[in-house]
Design a protein around this ligand. Structure first.
Ligand SMILES: [Zn+2]
Length: 421
C-alpha cells in the first residue's frame, strides 16, 4: 500500500494505491470483511493548521487503509522508527520510510471524540471541560450517495447545541467502503480529524465512548466473549499501542460500565436534550423505526423501569434477530432489558426474554463499574474518572467482576442447558 496526503487549505486529501499483493476485499480488526469502493478521500478541518507530526498523518491514514494492506505500507512522509515498529508488531506490516523522532507524549489536553450518543454524552458529563471533536459524514465526489436518509447534519447541529467547545471535522472517508455499506474502514477512522488536529489542539489523549460491552464483552460484532486482549480497545492491543506511540493514547472513561449506566448518566445530564443515537431522525427526534432505535429504547425503558414504547412488531425485519435464539451482539444489554422492562412478553423481545431467563438479580452487575477498566486510564486522567465512578456508580464486587470475566464461557454453558428444555 502506498499512501499520500496533500493539503488544500483546510482540506487534507488522502490517496492510497494498492501493491500487487493487496486486494480490494479485506478484513477489519474485528473480523468484518470489507470491500473498497474508491482509493481517495478527504478530511476537512475547520481551520488551517501547521503540518501535523508525520506519525499523526500516518495513523490517520492507517485507520483507513489497514483492512486492505497485506505486507507493507509506504507513507509519503517518513514515520518514526517507533511507529514503524508498532505497525510491524501489531500487523506484521513493513512500514516506512522510517526516520526522525516520535511525537512527544506531552500534549496537555484530553479531547472527546463526540458522536452525540448516550455513551459519549456520559463521557462528556464526566469530563466536563473536555473539548469535543465531532466527525461529520459528507458525500464523496466519486461515489453515489445511496444513504441520503443518514442525517449527519442533524447530529452536527445537536453537537453545536451542547454549548461545549466543539470542533467539527467533515469527511467522506466512510465512502471508501462499498461493502457492507459506507462506514469507518476501521472503527478508529472516526479519529482521523482528531489525529490531524492533535498538535494544533495540544492533545495528549483522545477519549472515546466505548463502554463495557465493546471493551470487555466482545462488543457488537465479536460475539459474547470476555476480551481483556481486545485488539481494538485494550491499551496493549495493536491499536492502543499505535495511538500511544503517536502521543495520543485512546482513553475509555466509560470502559468499565455498561450501556445501562451510560444511558442513565446521559438521561440525567444537562446534555440530555441533545442525546441522539439514531442516524436517521430529523430535527424533531429519532426515527423510532430503525434497529438502533429499538435496541436503545429497550435499554432506556429498562433504565426507567417502564414498558417499551415502540410501534415495531416482532414481524418487522429490524426485530428479526430477536426471534432467533442467542447469542446476540450486545447480549448483556438484551438481558438487562428483558430483566427490567415490564410486559416484555408483549414486545419484539418476548422470544429473547424466554431464552435468556434474565432477572434483576442476574443483571445487577451491569449497574456497577468494572475496576480493571479504571486501571487502563492514563494516570493523569485516572483519578477523576475513578472518583466519579465511586460517587455516582459504585464498583462491582468480586462476584460481579467474575460475571465479566466468565462472559461467553460459564454463561454460555448455562444457556446450553436451558435452551433445549
Ligand atoms: Zn432510528
Amino acid at each position: 500500500m502506498r499512501v499520500s496526503w496533500t493539503r488544500d487549505g483546510f482540506t487534507w486529501n488522502l490517496v492510497f494505491r494498492l501493491d500487487p499483493e493487496d486486494a480490494i476485499t479485506g478484513t477489519v480488526t474485528d473480523g468484518q470483511p470489507v470491500t473498497m469502493a474508491t482509493n481517495s478521500c478527504r478530511v476537512v478541518l475547520p481551520r488551517t493548521v501547521a503540518e501535523p507530526h508525520p506519525d499523526l498523518l500516518a495513523v490517520a491514514a492507517w485507520s483507513i487503509v489497514a483492512p486492505w494492506t497485506r505486507r507493507r505500507v509506504r507513507f509519503d512522509r517518513p514515520i518514526s522508527p517507533e511507529l514503524a515498529l508498532a505497525l510491524w508488531s501489531g500487523w506484521g506490516v513493513e512500514a516506512g520510510p522510517a526516520s526522525g523522532l516520535p511525537r512527544p507524549a506531552d500534549g496537555e489536553r484530553l479531547a472527546l471524540s463526540y458522536s452525540g450518543g448516550a455513551d459519549s454524552v456520559a463521557v462528556a458529563e464526566m469530563l466536563d471541560d473536555a473539548p469535543f471533536i465531532h466527525f461529520q459524514r459528507e458525500p464523496h465526489p466519486r461515489v453515489p450517495n445511496r444513504w441520503t436518509h443518514y442525517r449527519a447534519d442533524v447530529l452536527a447541529a445537536l453537537a453545536a447545541e451542547t454549548g461545549r467547545d466543539l470542533t467539527i471535522v467533515r469527511s467522506d472517508l466512510e465512502f471508501t467502503l462499498a461493502e457492507p455499506r459506507p462506514g469507518y474502514p476501521e472503527h478508529h477512522a472516526v479519529a482521523a480529524g482528531a489525529l490531524l488536529l492533535a498538535d494544533d489542539m495540544n492533545l495528549g489523549g483522545l477519549a472515546v465512548g466505548y463502554e463495557l460491552g465493546s471493551r470487555w464483552l466482545g462488543g457488537d460484532r465479536y460475539l459474547l466473549r470476555y476480551t481483556p486482549d481486545n485488539p481494538m480497545w485494550a491499551p496493549d492491543g495493536m491499536w492502543g499501542r499505535l495511538f500511544a506511540t503517536a502521543g495520543l493514547p485512546i482513553v475509555l472513561p466509560v470502559g468499565g460500565v455498561s450501556e445501562a449506566v451510560t444511558m442513565r448518566i446521559a438521561l440525567e445530564s444537562r446534555l440530555s436534550p441533545q442525546v441522539r443515537w439514531c442516524l436517521r431522525g430529523d430535527k424533531g427526534g429519532p426515527c423510532g423505526t430503525c434497529g438502533k432505535c429499538l435496541y436503545k429504547e429497550l435499554i432506556q425503558a429498562a433504565v426507567e423501569r417502564r414498558p417499551l414504547n415502540t410501534t415495531i412488531t416482532a414481524k418487522r425485519p429490524v426485530a428479526r434477530k430477536w426471534q432467533d435464539p442467542p447469542p446476540y451482539g450486545g447480549q448483556e444489554m438484551i438481558e438487562y432489558g428483558c430483566a427490567w422492562v415490564p410486559g416484555i412478553q408483549n414486545t419484539p423481545f418476548a422470544k429473547a426474554a424466554e431464552h435468556l431467563g434474565a432477572t434483576p438479580m442476574s443483571v445487577a452487575w451491569l449497574e456497577r463499574c468494572y475496576r480493571p477498566a479504571i486501571a487502563e486510564i492514563p494516570a493523569r486522567w485516572r483519578k477523576r474518572v475513578e472518583d466519579y465512578m465511586a460517587l455516582e456508580v459504585g464498583y462491582m464486587s468480586d462476584d460481579e467482576a467474575r460475571k465479566v470475566e466468565t462472559w461467553g464461557t460459564a454463561h454460555g454453558l448455562d444457556h446450553d442447558g436451558s435452551d433445549h428444555d
